[in-house]
Write a protein that binds this ligand. Structure first.
Ligand code: ADP
Ligand code: ASP
Ligand code: MG
Length: 406
């Protein structure tokens, strides 16, 4: 007998029929002799609908109250799914994040799980109950409900799998695995049998929403046996693990797109030491993460610095930089939120020169203009106009996955 954690995303529990389908997958796992802990997301677009409701009442609602509201979506799913299993005659209990002992830090809206106090879950499993836990949430030291950031139910599942030493953590979703690109953008993208934690972490951080990036980080840290599978077809999915078989090792394992970013350019900064420090320490103090940075060569004793940040930080950054215009001494600021980052990821890239050039060639052939570039050992990212983003993913994918024979 093993312990299996199964997480089902929003589309997998979107309506009554789908909840019944999920209940039958859980029931089969249980009947095979396993202990089963389930994590559910809110149904369909519930979280978006709740955000829209909050906007109507107060567009500047506090993050604490937003978390109180958003956590309710998951509570609906777990109770309904438990009712379905009850009706099928299975012993089952649904628990909220706090009942399940998920303790987080205090960062409302983007909390991190600090630990899992697993007594309650273990007691329920001892009674051979199926345990169904609300994803995406926990409680902080003030006993307030916190949420883990959009897509965070994956992280709830992996954290529970790590804390309970589960034999397997399955992420059930609306695709049957991790593909070389989002199959909605590239219909002939290929399914990967396996992918390393490191590559998956890059892909997730660069916009591939199939897994929450923090869930991959935790899976790597605790060596969780992680698998992405479809709740609609009972096909083998994608294994996410430390090392993969050599045949699966590609120069490039995937292409990702992130549209939730904005670019800021500070034009006419003084070309002298300490300016970059001043700009970026100001943003750091506001808790703003900066991604790609580009500094122009100095001309006429001035230079320009442009950088990208998350769209959600744009207003805070704009206000802080406007207030500091005099002390930073720039001429003017330009902002664009119609940009997107397109990236290729692959552990094999480091030892294969020319990968970046191949990507740029694909973009050139597609007449797609590149605004910024950043590289690391296992990724190359470019900033393009958001209108070009899907096409950029398509041409880059086409180039790599026909040329390298995958
Ligand atoms: P869930 O609600 O189950 O958490 P998500 O919408 O968060 O599902 O994630 C699944 C979606 O991720 C897929 O429908 C797909 O469009 C998208 N996606 C983006 N990149 C990839 C990729 N490389 N492989 C598979 N799916 C991807
Ligand atoms: N319901 C949350 C969201 O829509 C969490 C999740 O689905 O993982 O972001
Ligand atoms: Mg998701």
């Amino acid at each position: 007998m093993g312990l299996v954690v199964q997480k089902f995303g929003g589309s997998s529990v979107a309506n009554t029929e789908r909840i019944r389908n999920v209940a039958s997958i859980i029931a089969d796992t249980y009947k095979a002799g396993n202990n089963v802990v389930v994590v559910l997301s809110a149904q369909g677009d519930t979280t978006d609908d709740l955000i829209a409701k909050a906007q109507e009442i107060n567009p500047h609602a506090s993050k604490r109250e937003m978390d109180m509201l958003l956590s309710t979506g998951e509570q609906i799913s777990v109770s309904l799914c438990a009712m379905a299993l009850e009706g099928m005659g299975f012993p089952v209990v649904s628990l909220t994040g706090w009942q399940a002992g998920i303790r987080t830090n205090s960062a409302y809206g983007s909390a991190r799980i600090k630990r899992v106090v697993s007594e309650r879950i273990l007691a329920e499993l001892d009674r051979r109950s199926i345990v169904i836990v609300t994803g995406f949430q926990g409680i902080n030291k003030y006993d307030d409900i916190t949420t883990l950031g959009r897509g965070g139910s994956d992280t709830s599942a992996v954290a529970l799998a790590a804390a309970l030493h589960a034999d397997l953590c399955q992420i059930y979703t609306d695709v049957d695995g991790v593909y070389t690109a989002d199959p909605r953008i590239v219909p002939d993208a290929r399914k990967l049998e396996e992918i390393t934690y490191d590559e998956m972490l890059e892909l997730a951080s660069l916009g591939a929403q199939v897994l929450h990036n923090r869930s991959v980080e935790l899976a790597k840290q605790y060596n969780v046996n992680l698998e992405v599978v479809s709740s609609f077809t009972r096909q083998p999915g994608t294994k996410v693990k430390e090392v993969v078989k050599t045949v699966e090792k590609l120069h490039v394992s995937g292409v990702a797109k992130d549209t939730k970013i904005a670019r800021i350019a500070l034009v006419g900064l003084l070309d002298q030491p300490g300016i970059a420090y001043k700009v970026f320490s100001l943003l750091a103090k506001k808790g703003i993460n900066v991604d790609i940075i580009l500094q122009s060569i100095g001309r006429d004793e001035t230079k320009d610095i442009s950088f990208t940040i998350s769209k959600s930080d744009l207003e805070t950054a704009r206000t802080a930089l406007e207030e500091a215009q005099e002390s930073l001494g720039y001429d003017h600021m330009t902002i664009s939120d119609s940009v997107a980052k397109v990236s290729i990821v692959g552990a094999g890239m480091a030892n294969n020169p020319g990968v970046a050039a191949t990507m740029f060639e694909a973009l050139y052939n597609g007449s797609i203009n590149i605004h910024m570039i950043s590289t690391s050992e296992i990724k190359v990212s470019v900033l393009v106009d958001v209108a070009d983003a899907d096409r950029a993913v398509q041409v880059v994918h086409e180039k790599f996955f026909s040329e390298f024979g995958r």
